[in-house]
Write a protein that binds this ligand. Structure first.
Ligand SMILES: NC(=O)c1ccc[n+]([C@@H]2O[C@H](COP(=O)([O-])OP(=O)(O)OC[C@H]3O[C@@H](n4cnc5c(N)ncnc54)[C@H](OP(=O)(O)O)[C@@H]3O)[C@@H](O)[C@H]2O)c1
Length: 338
């Protein structure tokens, strides 16, 4: 299978990505047992279908090691030209504390070793506590490591607009911010998107499919108890639905999305992903992949055939307008982590 040309996006002048990224939080536990050999076989299948871009983190269990094993197999099969087709975006999520050059460089070295790369394609930095301004120390060291060739591009995850401005003003070059963005959580559209557009920063989004809750599987179902939510991702986004407007309103949204999906002969998830891909600030939508357990290659390939029209948006918008304002309830992007 080859994806449509529109699946590709010039993320930076030297890095083209698939606009649907394969998310690897799902290998870290809490989403079913991952078998490493089956997982790597599934990675090859995603890659061969055109889904060449991966989102992972230092703390997603074996994710960085799986990238290393996947690269090894791809190199054995296709050599350096095969390896050049992969984009693997990791994160560094340190505990708050002293951010010396040594500490930062050691963390980057661990990811490079595990992923079997000389240079990280993208390092997305997370920080837990803005009262501790040592995030700027960490970013300055990361920028030096980028300039020294250990990281290709520097990025952020879960930073709010205010702190993004602090970072930009301090002269640190950032290419993207990874944030939660879905039809339910539209906070990035409030402030973040405009700031990013003005500063040449793009968004990578997660939670766009609400851990799978945004699908036919949940349409028409009574509100689930916590025990019925079988992954930690579903539990996380059920909390978001509760903050947003509750299960009844969510069911009405699923119903409206189903009508739009039927019109386009795709699934509800495809409509949810397409709607966010259409936001001008968004470079890519990350879709969690339970490697070797569940697979959505053909369904998600269809997202690139799909184009939403004004009628589709008119069908969805009134329901979204009835929700609570998550900027008020939670705060700007990432505030739920603080
Ligand atoms: N920066 C951060 O703080 C942060 C936080 C969370 C996630 N992330 C990143 O974002 C990724 C996405 O994870 P997420 O937890 O937000 O989950 P998600 O992408 O909203 O949902 C993933 C789930 O959606 C279902 N799905 C995928 N395609 C589908 C389709 N076509 N039809 C129906 N269902 C479909 C699958 O469920 P089944 O497997 O059950 O089929 C899959 O496990 C993570 O892996 C991670 O890389 C980052």
């Amino acid at each position: 299978m080859t994806l449509q040309e529109t699946s590709r996006f010039a993320f930076t002048p030297d890095l083209t990505i698939c606009r649907l990224l394969n998310g690897m939080w799902q290998v870290s536990g809490g989403h079913g047992r991952i078998d490493p050999a089956r997982a790597v076989a599934a990675m090859l299948a995603y890659h061969d279908a055109g889904f060449t871009t991966w989102d992972l983190a230092d703390h997603y269990g074996p994710a960085e090691d799986l990238i290393g094993a996947f690269r090894q197999q791809l190199a054995a099969r296709s050599g350096d030209s095969g390896l050049a087709e992969i984009q693997a975006f990791t994160k560094w999520v340190p505990h708050p504390g002293l951010m010396t050059r040594r500490i930062v460089e050691d963390a980057v070295a661990v990811s490079r070793r595990r992923m079997r790369v000389d240079r990280l394609d993208l390092l997305q930095f997370h920080w837990w506590d803005y009262r501790d301004r040592r995030y700027l120390d960490a970013l300055k060291h990361l920028a030096d490591l980028r300039d020294a060739g250990q990281i290709r591009h520097l990025a952020l995850t879960n930073f709010d607009t205010e702190r993004l401005a602090v970072i930009v003003e301090s002269g640190i070059r950032i290419v993207s911010n990874q944030v939660q963005y879905s039809l339910v959580d539209r906070r990035p559209a409030a402030r973040m998107a405009e700031f990013c557009a003005a500063h040449g920063i793009t968004l990578l989004t997660y939670g766009t499919l609400l851990g799978g809750l945004l699908s036919e599987s949940w349409l028409g179902r009574p509100e689930p108890s916590r025990g019925e939510l079988t992954t930690v991702s579903q539990q996380k986004y059920k909390n978001m639905i509760d903050a947003w407007g509750g299960w009844d309103l969510f069911q009405q949204l699923l119903g409206a999305l189903k009508r739009v999906a039927d019109k386009h002969r795709v699934g509800i998830a495809a409509i949810g992903a397409r709607a966010i891909l259409d936001s001008s600030a968004v470079a890519g939508v990350i879709v969690g992949t339970r490697l070797g357990i569940a697979e959505h290659i053909a369904d998600n390939a269809r997202i690139f055939d799909l184009s939403l029209d004004a009628d589709d948006r008119t069908a969805i918008e009134p329901l979204l307008a009835r929700s609570r304002d998550l900027m008020r309830v939670i705060g700007d992007c990432g505030d739920e982590y603080r």
